[in-house]
Design a protein around this ligand. Structure first.
Ligand code: ADP
Ligand code: MG
Length: 330
């Protein structure tokens, strides 16, 4: 049974960055305003995510790491209008099958917190009372210690670390009301450091740098034709002065970080056709649409989404991008 669980867990947590994404989404779900990530050896040795969210109640600790245990789904209907990012209750459990997981947490109004370690979907010992500041800290140590082949394929720690930095950068520019940091263990300097800002452009500047922020334009599309598509999009896209060899596409749909290859390709086509100089774009978009129009992926590793009336939505966004590029290029 343990081998089966481990294999299933290895599917949910494919690389260190998948663990970071799940942990940070849990912190966001807990209404944190500050999320700090520390990484050692590309995440294989240590991933630590600390937040100042609502914490985990003592009585929930024993089942926290059981598979399919979630505090976020009370009824089936909730699936239709799911707002929170987690709803599967599988991420933390999976981590305990392929790593050593330690949780330190304190809930509001408590005098002390609790610390407890997990293995193979269960607590290793009773939670111990400890001093704690507001929120939750989760340490994932020795990831894939029991998956020799996986560890071998993940020897390039610089590559995994840059994936983690990239992920945190994306969260940071979307969640402007949350401060994020990401650093290597023992490093004085953070590689992602965002403070709470009032403007999206400020956070793009602080995360992606002045040269990106200088060359992006605001874009907005709204559509409320119930017979074709209903959606709101707002974002920032690069102008003719921006240069990059690779597309950066940061896409949030209903506040979930996702990928939509169809939309990405469609935007790349507009850039190639509209701008003389063939630079790949920088695109940040936040799309809001009725939750029942998003195909919710039950499989946790799939970030790819599909949308109801996707062709119509993609075409409207393409038109908006094109007219923005043309007007800026005049
Ligand atoms: P899911 O997010 O799908 O519910 P997870 O395995 O990611 O499942 O987490 C299990 C549960 O642990 C969550 O439902 C939540 O109640 C609790 N939890 C995990 N991380 C945190 C956190 N940082 N702050 C508060 N609660 C958390
Ligand atoms: Mg989760």
């Amino acid at each position: 049974e343990s081998v089966v669980n481990r294999i299933a867990a290895g599917e949910v947590i494919q690389r260190p960055v998948s663990a970071v994404k799940e942990l940070v989404e849990n912190s966001l779900d807990a209404h944190s305003t500050s999320i700090n990530v520390i990484v050692k050896d590309g995440g294989l040795k240590l991933i630590q995510v600390s937040d100042d969210g609502h914490g985990i109640r003592y009585e929930d600790l024993p089942i926290l790491c059981e598979r399919h245990t979630t505090s976020k789904l009370s009824a089936y209907e909730d699936l239709q209008s799911i707002k929170s990012m987690g709803f599967r209750g599988e991420a933390l459990a999976s981590m305990t099958y392929v790593a050593h997981v330690t949780v330190t947490t304190i809930t509001e109004g408590q005098l002390h917190g609790y610390r407890v370690s997990y293995r193979d979907g269960a607590m290793e010992n009773q939670p111990k009372a400890c001093a704690a500041v507001k929120g939750t800290q989760i340490m994932v140590e020795n990831l894939f210690y029991n998956m020799i082949a996986r560890r071998k394929t993940l020897q390039n720690s610089a590559d995994d670390y840059s994936k983690i930095v990239d992920l945190l950068s994306r969260f940071a520019i979307h969640h402007t009301n949350v401060s994020f940091s990401c650093r290597k263990h023992g490093a004085a300097r953070a590689d992602v450091h965002s403070v709470v800002t009032s403007s999206r452009l400020d956070s793009i500047r602080s995360v992606y740098g002045v040269s990106v922020a200088r060359n992006v334009m605001k874009i907005e599309v709204s559509d409320s034709n119930p017979s074709s598509s209903v959606f709101d999009m707002n974002g920032f896209i690069s102008d003719a002065n921006y240069t990059a060899k690779k597309t950066t596409m940061v896409l949030f749909i209903n506040d979930r970080l996702v990928e939509c290859t169809g939309l990405k390709r469609a935007i790349e086509i507009v850039y190639a056709a509209t701008l003389p100089k063939a630079s790949k774009p920088f695109v940040y978009m936040s799309i809001v649409l009725p939750p029942e129009h998003v195909d919710v992926n039950v499989h946790p590793t799939k970030r790819e989404v599909s949308l109801l009336n996707q062709e119509i939505i993609v075409e409207k966004i393409q038109l908006a991008v094109e007219s923005k590029l043309r007007s800026s290029n005049e």
